[in-house]
Design a protein around this ligand. Structure first.
Ligand code: PLP
Length: 401
């Protein structure tokens, strides 16, 4: 998307606003499927939690992807957006048995990552095929907040518990139709990822009725200039070869599944915010925008370095700014960042704002959550209205004193 278009959207829909470029989602989807084009049965399940706007889900369904969900509400949104139940996988962690049973009733593929829940579910519903989430304990790269492969992680069933896992499956007579992992780490060293895959294959070999192996996600996208990213093409080449060998030995062409969130939508997104005030202190020039971590928390929560462009003055002389918000706590988006000269009223565009940005927005400081716009076929479509005052009061029950 070009900067003039973004500026026009900020004018038409106000700020702050999230903008998503549908074409970029499509490009990413095609890049991933092209890298694995030699795999006979490939399934890309979009991780809904990255961005669940129904119009975005509909677009991704239209691309041909399936859906990866972590809550029954995400399943319901997916069904509403038109995904077939059999194209939805449900990978919860720490939810109640009752919720899992309700999702199973909808015909969605269940993925279980807890031996206690597996035993209870298998005892009650031995006919429902289940996928197993394995923790291969491979850890590399990424942020410790989102790394889920370590030995004390709450995610997945440890490979060291495979004997117990097999015992439960045998005793309940349930069918395991898939093996899954999602380490949550960035895939930067392809060979480390292949190592984790080998561990997964070792587990998979021990089950006779598999239909798919799901390698989760962890695709790293660039966040700033010259940033490292997962080499999808190299991964495609190496994993395809290993997967095909596995299938040959297993005696069946299984489906190879992935569940990317960030990879599909991160770079499609822009967060546009207006500069309310410039404030110069003895050492710093602050640019204060009409937003805060109530709308975009990744820089504060994960230390995410999201590029910021002054789309109102793209040719201006570069200066150093600290970009901060209007929340009554420290809410620094960027420290001492080189940005084209900012004047009050300018619109700043934050890149990589498609994944886990709007989704983590809140009403803190009693501010409204922003509008969302989808740029599709060279046209801007409003896909979520900005909140209004009634949204703040809707569920409150007033009592008299
Ligand atoms: C969050 C999540 C994903 C998506 O991760 P990304 O880093 O956004 O690609 C995939 N699978 C599961 C089980 C998840 O919890």
């Amino acid at each position: 998307m070009n900067q003039d278009t973004l500026l026009q959207i900020a004018k038409d829909y106000g700020s702050p606003v999230y903008v998503y470029d549908a074409h970029k989602m499509e490009t990413q989807y095609k890049r991933l499927t092209a890298a694995f084009s030699k795999v006979k049965h490939l399934k890309v399940n979009y991780a809904a939690k990255a961005l669940t706007n129904i119009s975005v889900l509909k677009f991704i369904n239209h691309l041909g992807a399936g859906l990866d969900t972590v809550s029954i509400q995400e399943v319901q949104l997916g069904l509403l957006a038109g995904f077939q139940a059999e194209n939805i996988i449900y990978t919860p962690n720490g939810v109640s048995l009752e919720e899992i049973e309700n999702v199973a009733k909808l015909g969605v593929q269940i993925n279980i990552d807890n031996l206690s829940i597996l035993e209870q579910f298998g005892t009650k519903h031995p006919k429902v095929p289940v996928c197993i989430r394995i923790n291969p304990h491979i850890m590399a790269g990424g942020n410790t907040n989102i790394s889920v492969g370590h030995i004390d992680s709450k995610f997945g069933i440890s490979i060291h518990q495979t004997p117990l896992l097999l015992r439960i499956v045998e005793n309940t007579n349930m069918t395991i139709n898939g093996i899954h992992m999602h380490t949550g780490s960035d895939i930067l060293d392809i060979d480390v990822f292949i190592q984790a895959s080998e561990i997964l294959f070792d587990v998979a070999r021990q089950f006779d009725n598999l239909e798919f192996i799901d390698f989760g996600s962890g695709f790293k996208v660039p966040y700033k200039e010259n940033d490292i990213e997962t080499n999808i093409e190299e991964l495609g080449e190496k994993l395809t070869e290993r997967f095909q060998t596995f299938c040959k030995n297993y005696g069946k062409d299984l489906t190879l599944a992935f569940e990317p969130g960030k990879f599909l939508v991160s770079e499609s997104g822009y967060f546009l915010a207006k500069v309310n005030a410039i404030k110069q202190t003895t050492s710093t020039v602050f640019a204060q925008i009409d937003s805060g971590f109530n709308h975009l928390i990744r820089p504060m929560l994960y230390g995410a370095q999201q590029d910021i462009v002054n789309i109102s003055n793209p040719e201006g002389k570069q200066r150093f700014y600290s970009v901060v918000g209007y929340i009554c706590e420290t809410d620094t988006f960027a420290n001492n960042r080189r940005i084209n000269e900012i004047t009050e009223g300018d619109v700043l565009a934050f890149k990589n704002a498609g994944a886990y940005c709007f989704m983590m927005a809140s009403n803190y400081n009693s501010r409204y959550r922003p509008a969302e716009v989808l740029w599709y076929n060279e046209t801007a479509h409003l896909i979520r209205k900005r909140e209004v005052f009634e949204d703040l009061t809707r569920n409150q029950v007033l009592i008299e004193f």
